[in-house]
Design a protein around this ligand. Sequence first.
Ligand code: PMP
Length: 404
Amino acid sequence: MNWTDVFATRTLRMKASEIRELLKLLNQPDIISFGGGIPDPDLFPTAAFQDAIVSALNPGNESSALQYSVSEGYGPLRDWLATHMTALGIPCVRDNIMITSGSQQALDYLGKLLLSPGDTALIGWPTYLGALGAFNAYEPHYDRLDPGSNRSAEDYAQTAQSKGGRVKFAYASVDFANPTGKTLDLSERGAILDLAETLDIAVIEDAAYQALRFDGEAIPPMLALEIARKGNIEACRTLYCGSFSKTLAPGLRVGWVCGAAQVISQLVLTKQAADLHSATLNQMAIETVASTIFDQHTGMLRQTYKARRDAMLAALSAQMPEGVEWTRPEGGMFIWVTLPPGMDAAEVLQHALTHQRVAFVPGQAFHADGSGANTLRLSFSLADEAEISEGISRLGQAIRAVRG
Ligand code: PMP
């Protein structure tokens, strides 16, 4: 059978993530990897989850833990999240929250909800690769969201129209972004809200790393800023996507969307049609663990990852050749490195894997326009301080060797 003839046109833009392919190569023990942007499994609250899962399956509970459930998500978890979001400056109730299978599913559902083929999505250059993957299936065009530029709303609207659709949303990873580690400041957040207001489009606020701020002042989420402008969440266009993956356990696949109840109801219909609901046992376990140790556990994570970020920044200062620049993130898991113009990070990776045994992710894949060949992403979440220092020294050697 010729499968390509029967595959839908949306599959043309589906491709294997270069990062996942790369991760397969990294299991060799002598490679120091700054590639995978994943939490350190040694930091998982395993004992707390063991207790939570046993208790969810205790007699009396099993009928809810193992049974079909509602698409909105497990009620006590939605209530815990409403309180959590309220503490972040987003006063809301259970009806403003839908549980998703990771925030990745939220991105997919929002793409499905908002994009007709040919519409335009505004995204950063570079941006989270998983967001591109999720949106690509809905066949959009992309235009560059650059809150620092003076580009007019009219220009965005006309560009989208000339491509046969309209702008539907602006997507931004707000805190310690994947891949750059950068945080949008107050004026950038305000500029995105202003643009969205003029264009009358949705804002997708990706807050996957929100809880991992090590230092500096917390900046209110865009949804909080919009509520401050408009008085209440029901009048807002921002849809906040949160996740327990970076704080508690990515394998349980629990995330959430918070926004106006009207949009949440529509998302619930999307979820009903797609997977009925996220795994109840996982949601129950997350609710038990979050309601007992969230603050204490995330405090420990911040301390541990901060020490690793500091070690990486110190090693970069000591080891990088002239002309290499990097970001100084206030949290999260990533540092973004820019090599001198003309250098190719993919070539450095080849050399680094073969000769220095150190790995990272070349930055080009994060750019929807194919630019960024001289950029790369380093993750400091997995290696300890000694490995970080050694690995960055090896990276310096690889860059020098390729530069010649
Ligand atoms: N957004 C960003 C910016 C991410 O880095 C990730 C995970 N890499 C996600 C969303 C998705 O995470 P999850 O589906 O595990 O919540």
